[in-house]
Ligand binder design. Sequence first.
Ligand SMILES: [Zn+2]
Length: 331
Amino acid sequence: MSFAEVIGQQQAVNQLASMAGSGKVPAALLLAGMEGVGKCFTAYQLAQVVNCRQSAAADACGTCPDCRQIARRVHPDVLLVEAEKNQIKIDQVREIHHYLGFAPLSGRFKVVIINDAHLLNGAAANALLKTLEEPPAQTIFLLVTHRQQLLLPTILSRCITVMFKPLSRVALKEILSRQGTGAEARLVEKAVALSGGSISRARYFLDTDNLSWRDDFLSRIGALTPESYEDVFALAEEVGRDAERIDMTLYLLETFFRDALVLTMDPAGGGQCNLFHPDLAELLQGFAAGRSATELLSLLEELNRLQSRLLFNINIRLALEALLMKLVARR
Ligand SMILES: [Zn+2]
């Protein structure tokens, strides 16, 4: 493993490699960008680069004992902190403080990777802030997040941000082929189109059960007609019960409305190659017919608001009911 292993994030990698090469890696970095684009993976590569015994300046050798231990995620100087039950709590930040009370054992730097840093609760964030204000020597904090707007401004101001982009279709296919999924090309093509640039979503849709669920869900959304309130209640109730799929459900709605919007603006479907759901073009055409771009845009805005409220234990069923009602209300 090394920076060379990171696929499709050249700009972020260049930025990190130049910091490492000049020996000026900041004490706190924020690795930001949507889910499933390699932020955490890259954090581990950076941990290697700063701790590699045979470091060739801006990249790691990948073979020395430090590199190997970091790759196996068992290096004593690299700590991964993750949310438990959707929260990172103050006790976990206290553990970080304790961990940083000792000098690096083997490597040159202690690296603390905080995954999903937006899940730090208030007390934990404030405790962490104190450390970020006066970080111990030989320490690097890597805060990984796909929702940086939820982080305290005071924490953000202590970090240098490195942005990760959605992965290109070419990069996604390359990663999937290296991981050896064994899936047939047509399925890979479909999963990659659906993923919106996220490798975790691409893998999700490589599973044919998940793909059938998506077909079923979207065909029911596409079939909603004016005043089909019963269907709205049933859909909202099912989604409300399926907590594990809520993020993916909202993602499907977002991409479906977005595709419909593209077709509204370009009814000939000239942009079809850029659709998330090119295989559902007919359903989308039917859904888009008779809806204005303004209506679809307001649905998308509403959906975005719902997505950002997800972390606050809202009643999904009611929120989704309200959203879907707009689809079937008489216009
Ligand atoms: Zn090495």
